[in-house]
Design a protein around this ligand. Structure first.
Ligand SMILES: [Zn+2]
Length: 404
């Protein structure tokens, strides 16, 4: 007989092998054909577990227990960053199907669409649209590197899922509680000798685009005093971000992760530089304070060079405090099974924080072997995965109370 974890391992490999990219990692961008293919695969496994799959208008996959009553859900996502790992998303998704398979009853699976921000500069699109935090016009304004907007991408993605029933709306009001299991994205749990982390807070990301506009000029014929070098102003801002990241550590981070230079020519003074900045904090108000410090520095860097600065907020949210009763329920499940567990925070955003606004939600992390995340080297000890599955089954059973 094939063991549950062996099947889970095989399924994670099946997802990984769907769209191997040029490197050694997974490539299933948000709202892509590859994400749709992965959703179809999960729908198939869910059917084998006796669930009824369907897609809501936002692109999220729901695998429902038969009948009309309330149920509990678990799940994560199946899209990836470019050249991503095999566990971020698929681990929680595959374990959710296993939990339904192992325990039956009123357990469903919820796989949220377009969780990763890599393609459109904003993530958790499926869960945020489902919980009224984003609208179609917001999606229409988001563009990928090829100029495709997220709304049209979702339409094509939904088209690729047309073999599944389309749900008129997300059946959130029937969900008693939701649990997302996710691979840990740092190496904290292993250092604490824990298998499972229970998230108490999820950082709220604040994202900004800073566009420096100077003047294109000849690299050889323009004296330094006459230059309006947009890239130099951006570069100063990048280094300031690093400095602030040190000053605000450990509960707040800032990263300047994207830079576009115009005309990007070796013989020209850069006339424009566009910088993307991501700030995260698990403490309320801290991300905004860091942003103000950064903007002040960026304005000074621009002013000193006769460069103009356009500041464009992309998104801003406060940290999410996870439901205290759900945290206690998860602790009880872990404790009852004798697992090594502890509380933790998440700097990475997750669908769980948005689903949490509609129904009591828990986010559980499985210890990472090496702290690698968003890269092909993501790894977990399968004993920890087995532990997480046992906890998930136990927790969902407890959450169902008298319903199952
Ligand atoms: Zn993830």
């Amino acid at each position: 007989m094939i063991t549950t974890t062996r099947r889970a391992q095989d399924r994670i490999e099946d997802l990984f092998n769907l769209a191997p990219g040029d490197g050694s990692g997974a490539n299933r961008p948000a709202f892509s054909q590859q994400e749709a293919e992965a959703m179809l695969l999960v729908a198939d496994w869910a059917r084998q577990a006796g669930l009824e799959p369907g897609v809501d208008p936002f692109g999220n996959l729901w695998c429902l227990p038969p009948g009309d009553g309330p149920f509990v859900t678990s799940g994560s996502h199946v899209d990836t960053v470019p050249d991503g790992g095999r566990l971020d998303g698929p681990l929680g998704t595959v374990l959710a199907v296993e939990a339904a398979n192992r325990a039956g009853g009123r357990r469903g699976v919820l796989v949220c669409a377009a969780e990763e921000a890599a393609r459109f500069g904003a993530g958790t699109l499926g869960s945020r649209c489902m919980t009224d935090k984003l609208t179609d016009s917001d999606l229409a304004r988001m563009r990928d590197a090829n100029g495709h907007d997220a709304l049209s991408a979702r339409t094509k993605y939904l088209d690729a899922l047309r073999e599944l029933p389309i749900l008129e709306q997300a059946p959130l009001e029937r969900v008693l509680a939701h649990v997302e299991v996710h691979i840990e994205q740092r190496a904290d749990l292993r250092e604490r000798d824990l298998s499972i982390g229970i998230a108490t807070t999820i950082a709220g990301p604040v994202r900004h685009r800073l566009s420096f506009v100077g003047e294109v000029a000849h690299a050889g014929e323009t004296p330094v005093a006459e230059r309006h070098d947009a890239l130099c102003a951006a570069a100063e801002t990048v280094l300031l971000a690093e400095k602030l990241c040190r000053e605000y550590a450990p509960h707040t981070t800032v990263t300047a992760g994207t830079l576009r230079v115009h005309p990007n020519a070796l013989t020209s003074i850069p006339g424009a530089a566009e910088l993307g900045v991501d700030i995260r904090s698990v403490e309320g108000g801290r991300a905004q304070r860091l942003l103000q410090d950064l903007l002040q520095g960026a304005r000074a860097a621009a002013d000193s060079r006769g460069v103009t600065l356009n500041e464009e907020p992309l998104s801003a949210s406060e940290p999410t405090t996870m439901d205290a009763a759900m945290v206690r329920a998860a602790e009880k499940a872990c404790g009852g099974l004798g697992m090594r567990y502890g509380r933790c925070v998440s700097f990475a955003g997750h669908d769980a924080q948005h689903v949490a606004t509609a129904t009591p939600t828990a986010l559980l992390f499985v210890a990472s072997e090496n702290g690698v995340s968003h890269a092909p080297g993501e790894a977990a000890d399968w004993r920890d995965v087995e532990a997480a599955l046992a906890v998930l089954v136990e927790l969902m059973q407890g959450l169902l109370g008298g319903v199952a």
